[in-house]
Design a protein around this ligand. Sequence first.
Ligand code: M6R
Length: 605
Amino acid sequence: MCGIIGYTGKEAAKDILINGLKQLEYRGYDSAGIAVLDEKTGIVMKKRVGKVAELEQAASGESTQATCGIGHTRWATHGGVTETNAHPHRQGSVTICHNGIIENYKELTAEYGLKNILNSETDTEVVAALLDKFYEGNPYKTIKKVIDLLAGSFALCIMFDDQPGQIFAIRNVSPMVAASFEGGSIIASDLTAVINFSKKYFVVPEYHILTLSQSGIDVQDLKGRKVEPEILEVNWDITSAQKGGYPHYMLKEINEQPEALERTIAPRIQDGLPFLEDDGIDDEVLKNLKSIVVVACGTAMHAGMVGKSLIESKLRIPVTVEIASEFRYKDPIIDSDTLVIVVSQSGETIDTLEALRLARKKGCKVLSIVNVKGSTIARESDYVLYTHAGPEIAVASTKAYTVQISAMYILAARIGYVKEILSADEVRDFMTRLSGVGEIMQETINSSNDIRRIANHIKTAPDVFYIGRGIDYTISLEASLKLKEISYIHAEAYAAGELKHGTIALISEQVPVIAIATEESVYAKVISNVREVKSRGAYVILICQEGKTESEEVCDKQIFIPKTDSEFGVFATAVILQLIAYYTSDAKGLDVDKPRNLAKSVTVE
Ligand code: M6R
């Protein structure tokens, strides 16, 4: 959601900023802009509604050689998608880009009489106006003064006309990382725009003022004390964030799943048992927990639901899965006996982060399952279990989902072991089977040709229903989200047994129903539900284990996953459902990786 970049160095900034914005496109946006500052010629600013390519085209006529500038991809929150509302925003001698929401911008506008000077409808321009109003030649003092007035979340990159070659930055909640390198400094919303310059970086600490210049980055807290931020190193390179010959990131990321699982699972096995010592996870906490609450959003929340299904059935420990945006406003019933597991690919989702803070305030230990190293959620948790999916660029989450499930499984195995609910042999057997899921996924990927034909069939459907029971129901929730978000087809997931309580009224001739029936214990029950929709004219696609061939009376099409125990079938099933969504979106000619209205990481409420 919104991408920010700032560069100052020896090279011309314009192209660097535009290329950086291209790296940030995946975060989701609807307009883009850059501003470069040159000592002699002053500010050159370009903004466009639409893609970064359009901005690039518009900026191609500018021959500026300015070596310092800021850029932005905007995902509209305050004010429509217009060129005026796009960032950067400029007031007087101040130019800024902002990610986040200034909650009190209306009050500030009134209090400081800014109404008549604002050009846009944005909250951001109010910050620019305040900075300009208070500026008397000392950027640090001015920023500090304005920050004290702001309520909300922000990542700000600021340029003052009389400070050429310098970018000032500050953040609260909204993420930013920064790096200095031979000949310059760079700051951005995430690493994808930084990694071309340096593999060493730091997470911008909240409420610290950064001054970026050609010679490095100065970091000071709000008391004016110099701070040395912790330098981190990325363990992937830019090729991981490129398409690598695939037509879309999503397809690449679906194909990367076996490897990502291997990277996440293998280092956590020692002597056949789940091993979390290197992650710093305290066995005592696992041993003493009485209940678990999983908090997350979207796909990450669906991964939590799969975890719940496993933990409750195998360990008989109660697990509640909460939507983070609900959890944070409902005074949840949790205490120090509850382990709160927070799941997030980005580690920056605002509702998940606030839920984490609430849980800690209530005295719970928080363990997070996070993909992005050093992200805010990871840093604020008591314990972190990193997934090693590598960068996930497509907005639709795929590999992050399956590695999150694998992390929940490892955790479940360790809890079962330390609480002595499962014997060492049972846990070893479980871990052996978990280690095999990558191979099963690969097999499924290799035999997925048929799925393209299915996508052709459903691409014209106005509605698609997913049904399943138990763990298959939780997977169907994720499947319907995936189809909705990238194909724009209305899709619903239903517990198969619930159909007759209302939804079956929507089933008519040719409505595709994707039935997931990989769980042996409820297979026959799901087939009865399938017969019910089939006899009302639905086009039924049945996903089940090899060997369960059904007649045409039951379904129109079958897709098989390799034979495996029910709790591990989720990995292969996920591949099939991800590919159905992928091929459907592609067959409709849609922008698979960057679906409309969506952002990769939701950093505003
Ligand atoms: O970064 P997070 O895992 O916290 O993101 C949570 C959701 O926004 C995310 O899973 C979203 O639902 C997916 N992009 C959907 O594919």
